[in-house]
Design a protein around this ligand. Structure first.
Ligand SMILES: [Zn+2]
Length: 315
């Protein structure tokens, strides 16, 4: 049957064309595994919520969970290894990851970088940036405050940006990411609303913080950060700066000095005692336990609400 033998190669060729045409859709349908790396703990917690039930996505945290703000961080060989096997790197942006740069592309030229703060317009500058390390850096973010994550309202925006970015990279998961993000962002916005209401009832709204981590939360709640213990996170203030801060607290009648779990509290406690006001721990959730629950951020913010109430008093 010569006609039939001639038909078979045609059928095979046709089948190959079909296979090529269908290939992209087929690859999506099989949900090829991909690796997403988050630089910091707060981004990792957001991404965990956004990517819930997406089995093909492997999510990993780059820096140690307990580290907190990575202002003085330097990349380790372990970080480079994580970078080398990641398809996507989710970053905070705004100069928080000064440790990144050329080494990232060297470790992994094909990595896609998802900047969670991209497109956010109402970014604050550091309010107490005297001598801050961010000043003068050539990264285009000099003086911008990167601590969006410490505000539930801004964290909700980061959540939606991360979901959109992941949806573009992994279209088969886009609907799931969008649904998860809407639910989590709604919870964060409800929390932000509660914190705003609390702000209106506080007897004293003038605070001193360890470093510039709470500027966005203060904006949400109507609090004024009248001073910071260390203008460059992690570096102790000079004797002159300490004295000036005590005088500022007395002059402006600040209500409390807030320390952070990440930094030693001793100097802040001395300043508070000297000025005659309470000191307490307020957590920007820059870090947390390695096995944190999905609602760890909300729980930490509720502890912050209780602390603000007790230390600042209510009207
Ligand atoms: Zn910080």
């Amino acid at each position: 049957m010569p006609a039939r033998t001639r038909f078979i190669p045609w059928a095979l060729a046709f089948a190959q064309i079909i296979a090529v045409v269908l290939a992209p859709a087929a690859a999506q349908a099989t949900d090829k595994p991909f690796n997403v790396l988050c630089t910091t703990f707060p981004l990792y917690q957001i991404a965990r919520n956004v990517t819930q039930n997406r089995a093909s996505l492997n999510l990993e945290l780059m820096l140690p969970a307990q580290l907190g703000c990575p202002h003085d961080y330097a990349l380790t060989p372990q970080d480079m290894h994580k970078l080398s096997r990641a398809d996507v790197l989710i970053i905070n942006g705004l100069g928080l990851e000064e440790f990144l740069g050329a080494p990232v592309r060297k470790a992994n030229p094909r990595i896609q970088i998802l900047d969670s703060s991209a497109g956010i317009k109402d970014i604050l500058r550091y309010s107490h940036a005297e001598g801050h390390d961010h000043e003068g850096h050539a990264d285009g973010h000099a003086g911008l405050n990167p601590h969006l994550f410490a505000s539930p309202r801004m964290a909700a925006r980061l959540t939606l940006t991360i979901a959109e970015g992941l949806g573009r990279i992994d279209p088969a998961g886009a609907d799931l990411y969008a649904r998860n993000a809407q639910a989590y962002a709604a919870r964060l916005n409800a929390l932000a609303e509660e914190m705003r209401s609390l702000g209106r009832t506080l007897a004293n709204t003038r605070i001193v913080t360890q470093h510039g981590a709470f500027d966005y939360l203060a904006r949400d709640m109507g609090l004024q950060v009248v001073g910071v213990v260390s203008a460059h996170a992690g570096q102790p203030p000079s004797a002159a700066q300490t004295l000036a801060l005590v005088q500022t607290i007395r002059r402006l009648k600040a209500g409390a000095v807030f320390t952070e779990p990440q930094y030693p509290a001793r100097i802040a406690q001395t300043i508070a005692r000297e000025a005659g006001i309470p000191a307490a721990v307020l957590d920007p959730v820059a870090g947390g336990p390695a096995r944190a629950g999905l609602d760890y951020y909300e729980q930490a913010m509720r502890r912050n609400m209780a602390t603000l109430k007790v230390t600042l008093g209510t009207r």
